[in-house]
Design a protein around this ligand. Structure first.
Ligand code: BGC
Length: 446
């Protein structure tokens, strides 16, 4: 049965600065943690880096034209911190000009700009001063965010402080497969806390500006977790995994506390959580206007006695994407319903959802990415159904507008609805882009 979206539902697409911009040494930009990390042997697929990426820094005009062709209502991008503050306390107007130009182009074509302030590219100057482990990072970030609000506050009406704090803290500092590549649980917890605190302080700075319009929120990647069996041990393991991935971020933001069960586990495994100071949690729990949710997949969890926290991730029987992620649109329903029940009624935007597949450019210039179309349409159908249950999802930003630098996987995973030929820089609309264009026209999904 066909389901329609409201006229004011935003159909968009997402990208992030380091993944698409390139021009790493231009416009006064200095290196970020990802510039350095990606150049260490063995850290990324084939030693790929974001030095050139999709060259969006030079080709943004063409990219915005393609967005218009697809008919996007909105475009979510992120701002590169080392372009704006290449050194501590030194503002770089040339770096800001790039975003002003991009936004102007978007506005000319009637596409709403949605800006993410931090999508993982911390400047090296900040990292060298201790990075997110240093509590002063909260002030550096707030200074950076405040400058952006001041410069772009008239033209951007939807703001996201952080993209996926789970990744910037736990992938970067516990699992070690993201920059800066540390493997230390206490560090990850410290970073997560400072990132969350910097979110709260940035929201506060935003409110103090009293802009006429403009909404602000944060984006979390939420992963619905299910026990692999009905066994008590697996259920407990799944609950710990849920604490690690989801509750550790949702609880401080919406309940002004860290979850007690996880605190107990983390206190045992580290020297304690003394980096949490009095008054921090009330700052983190500052009211936000919306929540951004990134949803890609679910996880199935089993108890494991050999792992640090007693869980291991296993696979179920669902088909998987090139990232080896199970395709389970129904789990998005569980996620949103739970969010509404346990956490918040504020508007939600799906700020990322998408899939990497092994796309082939055919001789006739076509990319028949039917699997992606299938993935996207099943998830959009789920969203339309959720809205019929009054779940108040206001928009959908697919990941990604174009193929790009997929972090440790380099350029080997293609998520885009626009194909990028990394040698020539040529962009080609995949069939999924044409499908999305038609969907946006009718605002109806079957
Ligand atoms: C991130 C993106 C990333 C995507 C696919 C999200 O976790 O925000 O930067 O490319 O997932 O892995």
């Amino acid at each position: 049965m066909a389901v329609s979206f409201k006229n004011n539902f935003l159909f968009g697409a997402s990208t992030s600065s380091y993944q698409i911009e390139g021009a790493a040494g231009e416009g006064g930009r200095t290196p970020s943690v990802w510039d350095v990390f990606s150049k260490i042997t063995g850290k990324t697929y084939m030693g790929d880096t974001g030095d050139a990426a999709c060259d969006h820094y030079h080709r943004y005009g063409e990219d915005v034209e393609l967005m218009e062709k697809i008919g996007l209502d909105a475009y979510r991008f992120s701002i590169s911190w080392p372009r704006i503050f290449p050194e501590k306390g030194r503002y770089n107007p040339e770096g800001m000009q790039f975003y002003k130009n991009l936004i102007k182009e978007l506005k000319t074509r009637n596409i709403k700009p949605v800006a993410t302030i931090y999508h993982w590219d911390m400047p090296m100057w900040a990292y060298n001063m201790g990075g997110w482990l240093n509590r002063d990072s909260v002030y550096w970030f707030t200074e950076y965010a405040s400058r952006i609000f001041k410069e772009l506050g008239d033209s951007v009406k939807l703001w996201i402080t952080h993209n996926e704090p789970l990744c910037s803290s736990f992938l970067g500092y516990h699992e070690g497969n993201h920059a800066p590549g540390h493997k230390n649980l206490r560090e990850a917890l410290t970073v997560a806390h400072h990132v969350l605190l910097s979110h709260g302080c940035a929201v506060d700075a935003f409110r103090k500006l009293n802009l006429k319009e403009g909404k602000i929120g944060i984006t979390l990647n939420l992963i619905p977790v299910y026990p692999a069996t009905k066994d008590k041990e697996d259920k407990e393991a799944a609950s710990i995994r849920d604490g690690y991935l989801n509750r550790w971020f949702l609880d401080p933001i919406f309940k002004e506390s860290y979850p007690a069960d996880m605190k107990e586990i983390y206190e045992k495994l580290t020297d304690g959580l003394d980096f949490v100071k009095e008054g921090d949690l009330s700052k983190i729990a500052v009211p936000v206007d919306f929540l951004g949710v990134n949803y890609y997949h679910r996880e199935l969890i089993k108890f494991s006695s050999d792992s640090e926290m007693g869980f291991t991730v296993v696979h179920g029987n669902f088909a998987r994407t090139e990232m080896d992620w199970e395709i389970v649109p129904e789990a998005l329903d569980d996620l949103i319903v739970r969010l509404r029940k346990e956490y918040t009624k504020i508007p939600v935007y799906i700020t990322e959802n998408g899939a990497a597949f092994n796309d082939k450019l055919l001789k006739n210039g076509e990319i028949r990415d039917n699997k992606r179309i299938n993935y996207l349409s099943r998830h959009l159908l789920e969203i339309a159904r959720l809205n019929r249950k009054n779940m108040d999802i206001r928009g959908y930003f697919l990941w990604s507008l174009m193929d790009n630098f997929e972090w440790q996987h380099g350029y080997s995973k293609r998520f885009g609805i626009i194909y990028v030929d990394y040698k020539s820089g040529e962009r080609i609309l995949k069939n999924s882009a044409l499908w999305y264009r038609d969907l946006i026209k009718t605002r109806t999904i079957k």
